[in-house]
Every structure is written in C-alpha cells, then in structure tokens.
Design a protein around this ligand. Sequence first.
Ligand SMILES: NC(=O)c1ccc[n+]([C@@H]2O[C@H](COP(=O)([O-])OP(=O)(O)OC[C@H]3O[C@@H](n4cnc5c(N)ncnc54)[C@H](O)[C@@H]3O)[C@@H](O)[C@H]2O)c1
Ligand SMILES: O=P(O)(O)OC[C@H](O)CO
Length: 337
Amino acid sequence: MPKIAVYGAGSWGSALAVLLAKAGHEVALIGRHADEMEEMKRQRENKRYLPGVALPSGLLPTTDLTLLKAEMVVFSVPSHGVREAACLVRPYLSEGCIVVNTAKGMEEGTHLRLSQVLIEELPNNPVAVLSGPSHAEEVGRDMPTTVVVASEVETAKAVQDMMMTPSFRVYTNPDVIGVELGGALKNVIALCTGIAEGLGFGDNTKAALMTRGLAEIARLGVALGGNPLTFAGLSGVGDLIVTCTSPHSRNRRAGVALGQGKALDTVLREVGMVVEGVRATRIAHNLGIENNIPMPITEQAYKVLFENADAKVAVSDLMLRGKRHELEEVLEMNWLS
Ligand SMILES: NC(=O)c1ccc[n+]([C@@H]2O[C@H](COP(=O)([O-])OP(=O)(O)OC[C@H]3O[C@@H](n4cnc5c(N)ncnc54)[C@H](O)[C@@H]3O)[C@@H](O)[C@H]2O)c1
Ligand SMILES: O=P(O)(O)OC[C@H](O)CO
C-alpha cells in the first residue's frame, strides 16, 4: 500500500491519520513535539487532541521529517502555520508527491488562499485541498462523512482514490477557489451563530445567520473567482451547517462563550485548540472592503471581536439594515445564466 505522511498532529491530522491507517496505508503522523509524539506512541492515543480514539497499528507517531518521503503528504497544521510548515518540509518531499492541504483559512497579510501559499513554497509538488463537513471527533470514530477534494482533475482523482473509505466519501471538484473560500469563510459565520446562542437567541436567529451568511460567503467567493454552485456544495452549505450546529465545533463554542460575555483571549485559552474564525473574520472583513463586497454579518463580527462592540447591538444593527431583495446578487450578476 502507498505510504502517506500526515504533517500536523492536532485533532484533524490525527483523525485523518487514523482513517488512512485503517484503510490499510502505512501512515506516519508527524508532529513537532518529541515528548507528545513519544507519549502518543506509548499510549496509542492522542489524549490531548483526539481522546478516546485508538491509533491503529499501521500509524506511526513521530517527529522524523525523513518520513515525509511519501506518495502523498497531508498538511493538517493551522492556517497561520502553513507557510512556515511548507518551508520546513520542502527539503524532504519527493518531487511529484501530492500535497493535500486540510487547513481551513487564508494567509493574513497576503490574503492568499492556502493552496496559493503551498504552490509558492512547494513549486515541484501538485497541491490539492480537502474540505467539507468533517469533525475529527466523528471521522476518528468511522462515522459516515462526506468531503470534497479540489485541484486539477488527475490530482483530485488520485487523492480521492487514496482517501476514500466506506465511511469517508470523497467527491472531486475542480473549483479550488470556491472550495477553499467556503471552508475558510464558514468559520466566521459559525462564530456568529455561537454568539447568537450565547446571547440566548434561538433557532430562527441561527438559521438567519447561516442563510444570510452563506449569501455573503458566496458574494465574496464569486467576486474572487469561485463557482456559485460550489457554495451550495459540501465545502459551502455542508460545512456551514456542521460548523454552526455541532457541539464539536471550536468556532461555534468560542462564539457561545463570546456571546455570554467572555473576553476573546479568555475564550481562546479555554477552547485550547485552533479557532480559525477569528483570523478569518479579519481577513474576510478586509477582502470585503478591498473588493467592494457588502458583508454585513462579517462586518458586525469584526466589530464584536476587534472593536469591543456589544454583540446585542450588532444583532440589532443587522436587523435594522435597509430593505433588500433576497436574491439581489444572483439577479444582478447573472449567476444562474
Ligand atoms: N479539528 C477538525 O475537526 C478539523 C476538521 C477539518 C479541518 N480542520 C482544519 O485543520 C486545521 C488544523 O486544525 P486542528 O483542529 O487539527 O487543530 P488543533 O488545534 O487540534 O491542532 C493543531 C496542531 O497543529 C500544530 N501546529 C501549530 N502550529 C504549527 C506549525 N507552525 N507547524 C506544525 N504544527 C503546528 C499544533 O502543535 C497542534 O498539534 C485547521 O485549519 C482546521 O480548520 C479541522
Ligand atoms: O471545529 P471547527 O469549528 O474548527 O470546525 C472544524 C471543521 O472545519 C468542520 O468541518
């Protein structure tokens, strides 16, 4: 069976390594901290990031970067670490080895999508992105999950072949831009639905945020080159649903605590795992301004997170905006023609 390396031993890297090892691949799960990886090797479990999931025998927890010489390398580090990680692994990768990014975010400062960062740093490797509604806690326990892999066709098919299992169904989609933006931007809306929950609002409010949130994700996504239909797929509405509603979601949980009045740094410390929506809010807010795209929910999220705005006032400001046609951009921009 092909050898696969997973770089990044947090929740998602660990769950994907478990999945791939159970599928019969020889898998190296490569982390940064020798003590943590040794402990994982001894206990056959990632107690900090994926408790309760046994590591199968074909999975080797390690810090040995030479094991990156594999047929496929799966990147599972937080989005802010992707460039640094790419530079670190570059000397070890075989030419032509497929690199699959699984982080959901964009690069701060450059506003590049993460596949663009990887292409810049790893010019000799085909790059694919994996996204969709997929919490590590469920994938690690073989719960039926569907995801999408985006890249040029042959690479996407190769990743689909290597990653698909009876409990992990992988679709392909050539729309890398749409798939990446859906995955990055849904985290902003998940923070917002969490905040609404923390404020004591109900399901109507959450459904409103999800639906109108998707409208603004698609608006920005299409302006940046994504296919409108991708936002109706797994990496769009699919991931939005799971992240806004699941008890596993770190972004939703962080939002709930913010809505209950806790300070952002306290919330991030308490969650203890990466909350991508915070950076994504700043990036999406800036992209909206740069591209002249109205993003009212993102704008309010930005004010609450970074300008100390009162979350209740933010909700009220959204409710009191000027009157609009529900399908304004669809009609104006001829999306369906
Ligand atoms: N957890 C999930 O269910 C899930 C599902 C799909 C996608 N993702 C995405 O996967 C990415 C990773 O999330 P996670 O949930 O595994 O995070 P996590 O907080 O569980 O773990 C992050 C891991 O990355 C390591 N790390 C941090 N910076 C690094 C760097 N510069 N180089 C190497 N390692 C570094 C940390 O030591 C830790 O092991 C995020 O972008 C997230 O959105 C997560
Ligand atoms: O736990 P979250 O909020 O980081 O979401 C994880 C995944 O993106 C869900 O698909």
